[in-house]
Design a protein around this ligand. Structure first.
Ligand code: AP5
Ligand code: MG
Length: 182
């Protein structure tokens, strides 16, 4: 089983759900920049306060901030890691590449979770996180298309990307991911 992984996909695709299941089963560290940023927001720090303004608009927080969060954690992981929600633009992907070269742990596989807009909007509205309202979801989707989706082409060209249909029951999606990575 591959152990240096990235899950990529639009908001609500199921990245976090599938990453949690996968990491629990295979003992990997789950690095979700969204969760780590929400921890920072909940801590009430100045950094968290600034980040929450950006997140509640559905924009991306600064590359410097997310990079510092990821870098500090990746270097200490021994068994394997799963990145969820990072990298999110070409600059972050380039920084990740340099960081992984430095620690000699190349990315082994990228899972791209696909789902139609109307399904993901329904899922997110039902969840109701602070950034789950129609206006902000629309902006998150726009940002995904403009900034993040070019990474799908980038990793396809590198021959490490697999597409998974996210519009199925959670356990069905999970089995497809396991088969893809096995
Ligand atoms: P982030 O937390 O990463 O949010 P996101 O990408 O918008 O995606 P979600 O976490 O909402 O969806 P998901 O794909 O994880 O789906 P989930 O499993 O939760 O980022 C939030 C914000 O933080 C960003 O907008 C940005 O501001 C900032 N940020 C984060 N990373 C950044 C970075 N690298 N650079 C800059 N800024 C960054 O599932 C969604 C719902 O659907 C759940 O309720 C779940 O139970 C349900 N569900 C899941 N799978 C299924 C299924 N198969 N069937 C039915 N329901 C399902
Ligand atoms: Mg998530």
């Amino acid at each position: 089983m591959k152990k240096k992984l990235l899950f990529i996909g639009p908001p609500g695709a199921g990245k976090g759900t599938q990453a949690s299941l996968f990491c629990a089963k295979y003992g990997l560290d789950h690095l979700s920049t969204g969760d780590l940023l929400r921890d920072e927001v909940n801590s009430g720090s100045d950094l968290g306060l600034k980040a929450s303004e950006v997140m509640n608009k559905g924009e991306l927080v600064s590359d410097e901030l997310v990079l510092s969060i990821v870098e500090g954690r990746l270097v200490n992981i021994k068994k394997g890691w799963l990145l969820d929600g990072f990298p999110r633009n070409v600059n972050q992907a380039n920084s990740l590449k340099k960081l992984l070269e430095k620690i000699n742990q190349p990315l082994e596989a990228v899972i791209s979770i696909k789902i139609a807009d109307d399904y993901l909007i329904k899922r997110l509205l039902a969840r109701g996180r602070e950034d789950d309202n129609e206006e902000v979801i629309a902006n998150r989707l726009k940002i995904y298309r403009e900034k993040t989706s070019p990474l799908v082409d980038l990793y396809t060209k590198q021959g490490i990307l697999m597409e998974i249909d996210g519009n199925a029951d959670i356990d069905v999606v999970f089995s497809c991911i396991e088969k893809g990575l096995g």
